[in-house]
Design a protein around this ligand. Structure first.
Ligand code: DC
Length: 229
């Protein structure tokens, strides 16, 4: 059977990657977390002094783009791919609050998006891919056979991120996380290039009150319906 392309877009911290990764494992597709790619670029910029406070040295980052190579390798222990930046595993370092606080302005830069979209389209050439992000159904794979747009309230998303960081033993503050979630929502939906918006042909999922299991089943049912099984 022909393998389709699945695009999952939505707000930050609404569980897109959990559902995408679970579905990929279930149906034997490749899973790509496109947000991890923008996070890896942000980590690179932070580590190379390209970001100073709120300032980004755009010219330097533009020149450095050719030196940024992002790859994913499946980690059987985690049951999902880990992110590599120039051959080094950065999966944990791209999830810190520091990277989260700087990633939206980096993801708003046209030259960064152009390069990421080019790499993402190359990864999806063969189909059989589930990619999650903000512009997957609108820009990266506008012809995807299945598009889902996920949403949940900002408070619930902040609580999920808080639980995630606390479980990892990272000190965090709920008010700061909520501010970060709201700030990112604003930047993601208001940027000039590929702002976060629902593709016209996307199916909406508000998962504020769904368990991970419910959500998993919902997605699996939609997938089978789409491929006609
Ligand atoms: O999904 P996430 O929180 O890991 O995404 C990190 C940031 O990257 C977020 O601010 C939005 C941005 N992003 C984007 O602009 N386009 C994508 N396809 C994926 C993420």
């Amino acid at each position: 059977m022909k393998k389709i392309t699945i695009a999952i877009d939505g707000f930050s911290s609404c569980g897109k990657s959990t559902m995408a990764k679970d579905l990929a494992r279930e149906i034997g597709y490749v899973y790509v977390d496109s947000g991890a790619m923008y996070r890896a670029v942000t980590l690179f910029a932070l580590e190379h002094g390209i970001i100073d406070g709120d300032k980004i040295d755009e010219e330097r980052l533009r020149q450095e783009m050719q030196n940024i190579e992002i790859a994913f390798r499946f980690n059987p222990e985690r049951g999902r791919p880990d992110t590599y930046l120039n051959g080094v595993r950065v999966e944990d370092r791209i999830r810190t609050l520091e990277v989260s606080s700087h990633v939206s302005p980096i993801a708003a830069l046209g030259f960064v998006r152009e390069e990421m979209v080019r790499q993402q389209q190359r990864m999806g050439q063969e189909g059989g891919i589930i990619m999650d992000g903000r512009d997957i159904g609108t820009t990266v794979f506008p012809k995807a056979e299945l598009k889902i747009f996920v949403t949940a309230s900002a408070e619930i998303r902040a609580q999920r991120r808080y639980d995630e960081l606390t479980a990892k033993g990272e000190p965090c503050d709920m008010a700061e996380i909520l501010r970060n979630v709201e700030e990112r929502d604003y930047i993601d939906t208001h940027r000039d290039i590929s702002p976060l918006r629902q593709a016209e042909d996307a199916i909406i999922l508000d998962n504020s009150h769904l368990t991970i299991e419910d959500q998993k089943q919902w997605l699996l049912d939609i997938f089978h319906k789409t491929v006609g099984e």
